[in-house]
Design a protein around this ligand. Sequence first.
Ligand code: FE
Length: 135
Amino acid sequence: LAPAAWAQGTCPPTRADMEGPFYKPDAPRREATGKGFAVTGAVKSSGSCAPLPGARVEWWQANPGGEYDDAHRGSLVAGEGGRYRFETDFPPPYSGRPSHIHFKASAPGYRVLTTQLYPRAGQTAVTFDLVLIKE
Ligand code: FE
């Protein structure tokens, strides 16, 4: 799609971002990897904005001590409207990097999206849509 089409209200793809060295596949299905910071959003198709219920969302992040651990890896399946929600601990900055949560989102017929969310200090909830590109 040309940028002009996006300007007319269609959905640009979420910008990809580094996977980093700490991704591990097969994170357990769960709706929480901590407390105090809620992430909600929807998985959608770029261009049409069609919701992608059944899409898989994975996240992984540093624990409050600044270390990656298995307690802070999770996955879920997007529901009606492509919506998803989980609660987690606020990720601390570490090794000179700002606070971030890593994501992968996938759905049949779409390119796997690997990206990161960068919450601001003090936030307790954010909305983060994951917009995928058709293969
Ligand atoms: Fe990281």
